[in-house]
Design a protein around this ligand. Structure first.
Ligand code: NAP
Length: 492
């Protein structure tokens, strides 16, 4: 069905639910809708393939740092994982398979870039416009733009004047040949820790520019054999394996709290790992972290420290002063000549801000979030009826699988859609006071946490933590179940 267009505009196709993004959360929402018998939905994806993060991140060495049995949907265990920590290509293939088996293909529109989302009070629908002129009018808008999808270039003078090749890790060009090249990597976060060991053997010379030394723990990886495939095919066994990892990682959450046994254990393990892998005391000192453990994402790697000690690799810890046409100039006066500059410098954490989203009364999310993104449980925002965010503000975790947050959020959205229909209402919207209460408590807890201890992508420029869920997973899930839709208002 189509709504009447304003003069000259393409008519808008009516949908019950429009989902933005075919990453893990968008696909999960699609599966839930299909299982509930809903067919009037579309997943709109700007890339030419599905998988979101796992479609875009193709840098050498890209892997997940959560065990694969827990980095799979609970309804789709995967007997084909090749290793405990799956690589990007495996995960993308898994998501393709899920989309195929769950009948999502006809619902996915690839190469579709949304440019505007606007709440229309008169029709009680979200009016969505794509760059190619297509339009939709959806009762519900599920916005599953991951927070980490817009690459951040470092704010370094002269970057744009670099005469060699410059790439961002999140948009790795296919077939990039590093042989004989003088390569510089800026950044020592999760991405660089995977990228550096993978490219070090290929590069002619590799300089790694470190501003902050990360905490690095051993990676307990292993190849999966026939036994894993068997366990994943037997529902009871796969639930037990998943349960094992769930509880182990939940226990690891204690490592973020000051004075706990888990924290002391993790610090000791990381220091012993550094000591074991780096024999040179001077280098060890430069690699010893000075930030509180956990305030940035922990790194699990067995290959990072050894890669830094290769003959063709140099760790540079002098501050970068400028990028010149031929390389990088550091504070000690040295010029590091480079052919290729790789920025593993993370993302601009925007949540939904890369798309103009306009709610009630013409107020945009940009305006509502002027002091930092916030929502109720990362899902609903006051003033934005029938908008459901996936992996919204304060739903990232430092200790476990993001899917453990996606699946309950999807279940909650389905419950909200059903409740709305049952009541014969047109809109559901979180109570502004409930949202404020929720965020005040969250921020108070974060202010005294490990995450307050350093600069990271978790925090906005004003210091507000807009990304991390500070608790255990069960607290988030129980909170969602307990509150249900009680803190939301229904409108006619
Ligand atoms: P990131 O954690 O934000 O790290 C960016 C790095 O770039 C930091 O080392 C930062 O230094 C450095 N940097 C930024 N601007 C700089 C500048 N102007 N000069 C010098 N250094 C600069 O980004 P990321 O490594 O891409 O990781 C982002 C997130 O993606 C992770 O936290 C994680 O959630 C996710 N991720 C996950 C995996 C996985 O295995 N599942 C893998 C990769 C990424 P400072 O620390 O000093 O700021």
């Amino acid at each position: 069905m189509s709504t009447t267009p304003a003069t000259g505009e393409t008519p808008a196709t009516e949908l019950e639910v429009a989902i933005l993004g075919a990453g893990m959360s968008g696909l999960c929402m699609g599966v839930a809708l299909r299982r509930a018998g809903e067919r009037r939905f579309l997943i709109l994806e700007q890339a030419q393939g599905l998988g979101g993060t796992w479609w875009h991140n193709r840098y050498p060495g890209a892997q997940v740092d959560v065990p694969a049995p827990l980095y799979s949907y609970s309804f789709a265990p995967n007997p084909h994982w090749r290793q405990r920590f799956a690589d990007a290509a495996e995960i993308q293939a898994y998501l393709e398979q899920v989309a195929e088996r769950q009948g999502l293909r006809p619902h996915i529109q690839l190469g579709c870039r949304l440019v505007d989302a606007r709440w229309d009070e008169a029709t009680g629908r979200w009016q969505l416009s794509a760059a190619d002129g297509r339009r939709w009018a959806a009762r519900h808008f599920v916005c599953s733009l991951a927070p980490l999808h817009t690459p951040r270039w470092p704010d370094i003078p002269g970057l744009e004047h670099f005469a060699g090749r410059r790439v961002h890790s999140a948009r790795w060009p296919e077939g990039l040949d590093l042989r004989g090249q003088r390569v510089g990597v800026i950044g020592t976060g999760s991405t660089a820790s995977q990228l550096v060991p993978a490219i070090a053997p290929q590069a002619g010379q590799l300089s790694v520019f470190q501003r902050t030394a990360p905490w690095v723990l051993p990676r307990l990886d292993r190849r999966y054999g026939a036994l894993h495939g068997l366990l994943a095919r037997v529902p009871v066994a796969s639930t037990l394996v998943r349960g094992f990892w769930y509880h182990l990682l939940e226990w690891g959450r204690r490592g973020f709290d000051e004075g706990t046994l888990a924290r002391r254990g993790m610090q000791r393990t990381a220091r012993a790992h550094l000591h074991r892998q780096v024999r040179d005391a001077a280098l060890r000192e430069r690699l010893a972290p000075t930030i509180p453990l956990g305030c940035k994402r922990l790194i699990y790697s067995n290959g990072y420290y050894p890669a830094l000690q290769r003959d063709n690799v140099t760790l540079v810890t002098d501050a970068i002063e400028a990028v010149t046409p031929t390389g990088i100039h550091t504070a000690d006066g040295r010029e590091h000549a480079l052919d290729l500059l790789v920025c593993a410098t993370g993302y601009d954490v925007e949540h939904a801000l890369s798309l103009p989203v306009t709610g009630r009364g013409g107020r945009t999310l940009q305006q509502a979030w002027a002091d930092g993104a916030q929502a109720w449980r990362g899902i609903s925002v006051a003033g934005f009826p029938n908008l459901h965010l996936m992996l919204g503000p304060n739903t990232a975790t430092g200790h476990t699988s993001t899917l453990l947050y996606i699946e309950p959020a999807v279940a909650w959205v389905l419950r909200a859609i059903t409740a709305l229909r049952r009541r014969g209402a047109r809109t559901i919207e979180v109570d502004a006071e409930a949202q404020r209460h929720y965020n005040d408590a969250l921020q108070a807890r974060l202010a005294h946490s490990a995450w307050a201890g350093c600069r990271s992508w978790y925090r906005a420029a004003n210091g507000r933590n807009i990304a991390i869920w500070p608790g255990f997973t069960r607290e988030y899930v129980q909170g969602l179940r307990r509150d249900g839709v009680a803190l939301h208002r229904f409108g006619g």
